[in-house]
Design a protein around this ligand. Structure first.
Ligand code: C2E
Ligand code: CA
Ligand code: CA
Length: 399
């Protein structure tokens, strides 16, 4: 194995690379032992000792960032360098599923290494951050009053549904909208969903909020629909993990769309991978029944969660939404760009269309179009807005 590769030999104590060096290759240890060292508050600390058959420096294969650790031979070491250029050439030729799997795994490994508090901290969702923020601020009584506030908001019509345009990347035309909830609090002004949905989820109030959102989106759809000339227009509604395990969800959706004469094919339901991981059997049953009704499904925040390839194949998902975390830095980060490229290829190979979230500039939109991404959502196309503000914006265009 690796016969055609050159070897590099390092003497005992010799440095192979140091933290801060530019790195363009990984090393496979053919003989000998090396130590991995990090510098912590000015002091060197050995974090591991690895030997024959093991590999180090592999993050450099996709990451154009400087090395994060120093590596030294602790005895004579014979190493097989595996250059990034070669790996890129091989990846380019490889099966899109394998390529994607490798990139996601390396990305996760990199997060694990670069996060000061370890893997958990680097993958914390904004929702978890909101939980921490509120928990730090105010403890139980505050949460109780927030829960009361949510209940009051439901009965006093304080929730509002905003809509954000989703556009066809090839011609910029409006294809549909995503419905996003806002809380117009009588004392505290506008409250963003991340600030209260986590508690709604914990208290079960999310079911009522979910029904309210679905009902409002279907009620507003005839107005919104006039603003698009796309041949398959849609409104996307977010479903929480709790809603997705509710026995009554399918009947509720059926009743709401019937009440508003909403064509089921124009209702897209967005879900994240959480539910598929935690309750796969129930999720599969419910999702199939929603498809039977005629609705379509979108997998939201792709790339931030478990990103198991089996979810994509196992569930009847028509749309993959790539998370903003990968889209926003795309032009500066070759790694994000590669993850986006491989996600698009993967989705297309599974017959799905792709929405890129968080497009803030024309340049990012153009790059995504070049990568054959189907749809875009983000401030470049429009921020979420209330129905009457959208009317001011789009009514002129259809007049
Ligand atoms: P999401 O489903 O990923 O929604 C996209 C979020 O990205 C929205 O945040 C949107 O305002 C924001 N966004 C869109 N384009 C851009 C951009 O170009 N730049 C930046 N910086 N941000 C952009 P929002 O409205 O705060 O919603 C946050 C999350 O709350 C949503 O994330 C969704 O998970 C949840 N959510 C919102 N409404 C509902 C709802 O009615 N039901 C449920 N279950 N969840 C909801
Ligand atoms: Ca969403
Ligand atoms: Ca999303």
């Amino acid at each position: 194995m690796f016969d055609e590769f050159n070897r590099e030999v390092f003497a005992c104590g010799q440095q192979i690379f140091k933290a801060g060096d530019a790195g363009d290759c990984a090393y496979l240890i053919e003989e000998g032992t090396v130590e991995i060292i990090i510098v912590d508050q000015g002091l060197e600390r050995r974090v591991s000792l690895i030997g024959k058959g093991e590999m180090f420096g592999e993050v450099a294969l996709i990451d154009h960032q400087p090395r994060t650790a120093t590596v030294r031979a602790v005895e004579k070491a014979v190493l097989v360098p595996i250059r990034r250029k070669l790996v890129e050439e091989l990846l380019e030729k490889s099966d899109p599923i394998l390529r994607h799997l490798l990139l996601v795994t390396l990305e996760r490994f990199r997060n694990k290494q670069s996060s000061p508090a370890g893997p958990a901290a680097s993958t914390k969702s904004s929702q978890e951050q909101a939980i921490r923020r509120i928990a730090l601020k105010g403890e139980a009584t505050q949460n109780l009053s927030l829960a009361h506030g949510i209940t009051r908001a439901l009965t006093h019509d304080e929730f509002k549904l905003y809509y954000q345009p989703i556009c066809n990347l090839s011609d910029g035309h409006l294809a549909g909208f995503e419905a996003l909830i806002r809380w117009h609090h009588p004392m505290n002004g506008m409250i963003q969903p991340m600030e209260f949905l986590w508690l709604a989820e914990q208290t079960g109030l999310i079911r009522e909020i979910g029904l309210w959102t679905l009902e409002r989106a279907c009620r507003d759809w005839p107005t919104l629909r006039q603003y698009t000339d796309y041949d398959e227009p849609f409104v996307s509604v977010n479903l929480s993990a709790t809603q997705l395990t509710s026995e009554s969800l399918v009947d509720d959706v059926k009743a709401i769309i019937a009440c508003h004469n909403m064509p089921a094919t124009e209702l897209k339901l967005e879900l994240t991978e959480t539910v598929m991981v935690e309750r796969p059997e129930i999720a599969s049953q419910i999702l199939n029944r929603l498809i039977e009704l005629g609705c379509s499904l979108a997998l939201d925040d792709y790339g931030t969660g478990h990103s198991g390839l089996d979810h994509l194949q196992r569930y009847p998902i028509g749309t993959l939404k790539i998370d903003r975390a990968f889209i926003a830095p795309m032009l500066e980060s070759a790694q994000s760009q590669e993850i986006v490229r491989s996600s698009i290829a993967l989705a297309h190979s599974l017959g799905m269309n792709v929405v890129a979230e968080g497009i803030e500039t024309k340049g990012v939109g153009a790059k995504l179009l070049e990568m054959k991404c189907n749809f875009g959502q983000g401030w470049h196309f429009g921020k979420p807005a209330a129905l009457h503000d959208l009317a001011l914006c789009y009514a002129k265009k259809i007049a």
